[in-house]
Ligand binder design. Sequence first.
Ligand SMILES: *[C@@H]1O[C@H](CO)[C@@H](O)[C@H](O)[C@H]1NC(C)=O
Length: 330
Amino acid sequence: LEQGGMKTSLFTFFVFIGINIIVCALYMHKYLHIAALFRESNKPVTSNDQSLVKSEVIYNVKHNHGYTIDHRHLATTSHVHHDDRFPTRLTQNGVDFTTEEVVLENRVNTHPYTFIINPIDLCSSTKTSFGLLILVTSKISNYIERLTIRSTWGSDATVFNNEGDVRLAFLLGYTTDKSAQNMVLRESGVYADIIQENFLDTYRNLTLKSVMLLKWVSEYCQNVQFVMKTDDDMYINIPNLLKMLSMVFSQSNIMIGYLFTKAKPNRKRRNKWYVSRSEFPGGVYPNYLSGTAYVMSRQVAPKLYQISLNTNFLTMEDIFVSGVLASKAK
Ligand SMILES: *[C@@H]1O[C@H](CO)[C@@H](O)[C@H](O)[C@H]1NC(C)=O
């Protein structure tokens, strides 16, 4: 090699190493405060816990929404006791739920699950009715997504302490990972906006989450006009949504969303949306609304919930809820 050529390739080499170091540093910075939370997740949990509050992405912090979590137990085992208004509990290893092992396909959806975390004040703290409850399906590990929603489009709810005309909560299943579950409890202690039931939080169990939504609204939220189901990877334009809902304000039997008509079941085994003939024998799905986001008037929820308890389970939640159940309910 010529002298000059050698110098150039050495220079290129060091620039390459430098860029790699910067990229690594950025990644570590991003995950550092998550790691810090994991480290702290064995510490006692109180409803006034400040440790989640350190991160500057959190804008709206609320306290004292009625949770008491007994830290004597939490610190050493996974026993968690809520106060009397929270009848359910998570026991050692999280598996003393006495729910039978459920093979969901081809089975009637009996929904034998109970709430582990239940923020009953979300609707009933103010007896007055309010406009819109947004329930966001989220998975346990998507802590950052939930933070982001609370501080971006969800701030329409959070600026009013989740007590105004728009309110927001997240729907979770449970996990056997104790430290992840402790983090969920801490998060719920700070924000009081998590609803959790004792079925495993997996993709194939998403329909259970939507049934849990119907159940929770039926049992704990009588004073809302509309309920929206959406996912934690969605951005909702709340002002536009409220404008649209004001046009259908008086309707008590309505579901709104992006309508799919005459969709056919996917019969390719490896496909994400594969549905076997035994799960859904028909050739065409009933018309349904995209699961990315749909709205229903509150009165619809108990009707769909009751019908769901008598209906064969489908793994695609939007087709199950807004297609099969809604058409059965006419
Ligand atoms: C769904 O949850 C139930 C109850 O926890 C569990 O037994 C089942 O394995 C889960 N199903 C899937 C497909 O993850």
